[in-house]
Unconditional design. Structure first.
Length: 327
């Protein structure tokens, strides 16, 4: 039987896990034509999330889990989940129930029609502030202008991926990851589903503005070198006008004998140029830092424990519990 893995990155979600499982279970119990795996990636939770996942595993063998050795972040959690997913397709969803499991049957329907990436696009975003929505919209429009690929706007990680999309993503072992852009970069046959995103079922969001800014920087530096070109363009424009201004000052002094303005104008120009230089150095530093991290070639994550069923070539299942593995 064809298997579908439901991949759920989890970090401190003890308040919502049982409710999440009940809703997923209600949905997949109505789909008899597929075998399901519910794969939790515990990203170093400090609450009771791991214990609750183990309890779910004890009563339902469809539940599997990978416990990472520490908190590596959601982007790394997703690639870890893709590494360990056994399904012919993977459905990625958040644990906070903002991604409705009830959309899974429709995703599967389009997958059966031949689509490789069935992604859910947010028609509305309940529970989010005007500022967050506005800054998100501005970021995606800015990123779209700078990149040569079609970055999907108002989409998250909630999507169904065919096995060939999974294998393509597994080849991208970047440490500085912007997975939303990678979904677009790999291409393949995509289908959009519109849905109204619900507020969190319980708990608090892990995405504060600092994390969102870091993610935005990852997206820009991962998929475009436009900031470097803009800093070069600024340097060229400033140099050009500075050269014109120098000619004007020299000409005015030699022909008309006028004094050159002193301290105030000098300090203004120096501070302005100093600011431009620091901004340019900062942009260069962001790219250089990413090169530094990539050249270290460290593993993306370490696994403390995982428990899952391995499907053999004969169609039988073997229970596997392993203490540690690194990827």
């Amino acid at each position: 039987m064809v298997r579908i893995t439901i991949l759920i990155p989890t970090y401190n979600e003890e308040e919502v896990l049982n409710h999440l499982y009940l809703r997923i279970n209600e949905v997949i119990n109505q789909i008899d034509s597929y075998d399901f795996e519910i794969l939790f990636i515990n990203d170093g939770s400090t609450d009771q999330s791991l214990s609750m996942i183990k309890d779910l595993r004890a009563k339902d063998e469809r539940v599997s889990y990978v416990n990472l050795s520490r908190n590596f972040g959601k982007e790394i959690s997703m690639i870890a989940g893709l590494d360990y997913a056994t399904g012919d397709a993977v459905i990625i969803m958040d644990a906070d129930l903002q991604d409705p499991p009830e959309l899974v049957p429709e995703m599967i329907k389009y997958w059966e029609l031949g689509y490789d990436d069935v992604y859910a696009k947010r028609r509305s975003r309940a529970g989010e502030s005007w500022l967050k929505k506005s800054t998100s919209s501005f970021f995606y429009k800015l990123l779209q202008k700078f990149t040569k690929i079609d970055i999907q706007e108002n989409t998250g990680d909630f999507r169904l991926l065919d096995r060939r999309c999974i294998e393509a993503l597994k080849q991208l072992r970047e440490t500085q990851r912007y997975t939303k852009g990678m979904f677009s970069w790999i291409g393949y046959n995509k289908k959009e589903l519109l849905f109204d995103r619900d507020p969190r079922a319980a708990g608090e969001t892990k995405w504060n503005y600092r994390n969102l800014i870091n993610l935005a920087i990852e997206g820009i530096t991962s998929f475009t070198i436009a900031p470097l070109r803009i800093s070069s363009l600024f340097g060229f424009i400033i140099s050009f006008f500075s050269f014109i201004y120098i000619i004007w000052i020299v000409t005015k002094t030699l022909l008309f004998g006028k004094d050159v303005a002193g301290y105030p104008s000098l300090m203004t120009v120096m501070l302005f140029l100093g600011g431009i230089q620091l901004i340019s150095l900062g942009i260069i530093g962001e790219y250089l830092g990413r090169i530094f991290n990539e050249t270290k070639n460290r593993p993306l994550y370490f696994v403390d424990e995982y428990n899952r069923e391995k499907v053999t070539n004969t169609g039988t299942s073997q229970k596997i519990t392993v203490g540690a593995k690194n990827e």
